[in-house]
Design a protein around this ligand. Structure first.
Ligand SMILES: Nc1ncnc2c1ncn2[C@@H]1O[C@H](COP(=O)(O)OP(=O)(O)OP(=O)(O)O)[C@@H](O)[C@H]1O
Ligand SMILES: [Mg+2]
Length: 359
């Protein structure tokens, strides 16, 4: 699915903007504060019903206005055009319409267009807490494995119940919740163990193109001692968990360990290398998704040139173009990104909340 038309009204400094993006690479350039990140924010909000910059509606809606409106025409690979609209008001109400019906769940919206975003904060995927890597894994699981969402939601609910029981030290119904936790937890773990080795292969492929000098090892940590079952781990930790009041083992504690020559990647890599590793990880995700489901992603890259030398920038653009996803890239200056060699690209100049296609 790709955007063939996008309209943004009253989002930050974008009062009224309309554009026809290209199918592949779209470069948005303009001065600091012109509205580039705001346009990416609009796309993110429309695809996921939440912003990546702020949870406060009052920050996103244009000052002095009551609501913002977004509209897009999305074209499927078979050429079917969907009309997607979103309105978000200052009282926090969100109305989402797809074609002629209202969408009720965020999951339904999120499955429509797989969206990936890379910002200067994305290095957290390598250097931040395991939580970042878990959402990376689960983004992929959600899109490639139809049963994942059901088990994941049930697991989260069970975990909450179990933790509140552990905190109150009421053990009468603990056995029931353990059973539920095991049921959904084992399913989640099994599904991850099928998908993640495949993902590692694609990530390694992209690393060999973007960072040939690195020898990266990716290791899945399931969330408990690998030599025992989840059931045995729960059993072994029960007494301590009752004292601590929290479930300390399970697939909610999984992680991806990234190492280079047995050292943690976060300790060894430069900032530019970290950025490229993050990109390689996302490219691996996108390629696996495309292979498994035929779905193409929409990719948002805020401030692509930051921390990358020109050879790496060009290498990355080549890979992005080759993969066939629709990409929106921002940069302060047009010369920083050379996309003249590729077809189906468009350049837009962003100036004080206005966006004009440059031909
Ligand atoms: N709620 C709002 N209403 C109106 N304007 C806003 C609102 N929130 C932020 N702005 C303004 O919107 C402008 C666009 O911000 P944005 O972050 O999109 O700029 P940018 O082009 O990405 O800049 P940079 O190159 O510095 O990242 C800024 O001038 C900012 O002050
Ligand atoms: Mg910006």
């Amino acid at each position: 699915m790709h955007f063939q038309r996008l309209e943004v009204s009253k989002l930050r400094n974008l009062t009224s903007v309309s554009l026809h993006p290209g199918m592949r690479i779209n470069l948005l350039y303009g001065a600091n504060g012109s509205g580039k990140t705001s346009l990416l924010e609009a796309i993110h909000l429309l695809c996921l019903a939440r912003s990546f910059r702020s949870i406060r509606t009052s920050h996103i809606v244009q000052h002095g206005e009551q609501s913002l409106t977004l509209f897009a025409e999305l074209s499927s690979p078979k050429g079917v055009v969907h009309r997607l609209g979103l309105q978000r008001s200052m009282d926090n109400r969100i109305l989402i319409r797809l074609d002629s019906h209202n969408l009720r769940s965020r999951a339904e919206l999120a499955s429509l267009v797989p969206l990936l975003i890379l910002t200067p904060d994305s290095s957290q995927l390598v250097s931040g807490s395991p939580r970042q890597r878990r959402s990376f894994i689960d983004w992929l699981m959600f899109h490639v494995e139809p049963a994942f969402q059901t088990h994941w939601s049930a697991y989260q609910k069970t975990l909450k119940q179990r933790n509140s029981l552990l905190r109150s030290r009421r053990t009468e119904t603990l056995a029931y919740w353990d059973q539920q936790l095991l049921l959904h937890g084992d399913k989640i773990d099994q599904m991850r163990k099928v998908v993640l080795p495949e993902l590692a292969v694609y990530i390694e492929k992209h690393i060999s193109q973007l960072l040939p000098e690195l020898d990266l090892a990716i290791d899945y940590r399931q969330g408990w001692n690998k030599d025992i079952s989840f059931e045995q781990a729960l059993e072994a930790h029960r007494q301590r968990e009752l004292q601590q009041g929290i479930t300390s083992v399970g697939p909610h504690r999984c992680d991806l360990k990234l190492s280079i020559d047995k050292q943690p990647a976060a300790e060894v890599l430069s900032r530019g290398q970290t950025k490229l590793l993050v990109v390689a990880m996302h490219m691996g995700q996108m390629e696996l998704l495309a292979r498994k489901t035929g779905k193409q992603c929409v990719v948002l890259i805020d401030d692509l040139p930051a921390e990358l030398d020109s050879a790496r920038r060009q290498g990355l653009l080549g890979l992005l173009h080759e993969q066939g996803h629709q990409v929106f890239i921002t940069a302060t200056d047009r010369e920083l990104i050379d996309i003249s060699a590729w077809q189906e690209t468009k350049v837009f100049h962003v100036e004080r909340g206005q966006i004009k296609e440059v031909v």
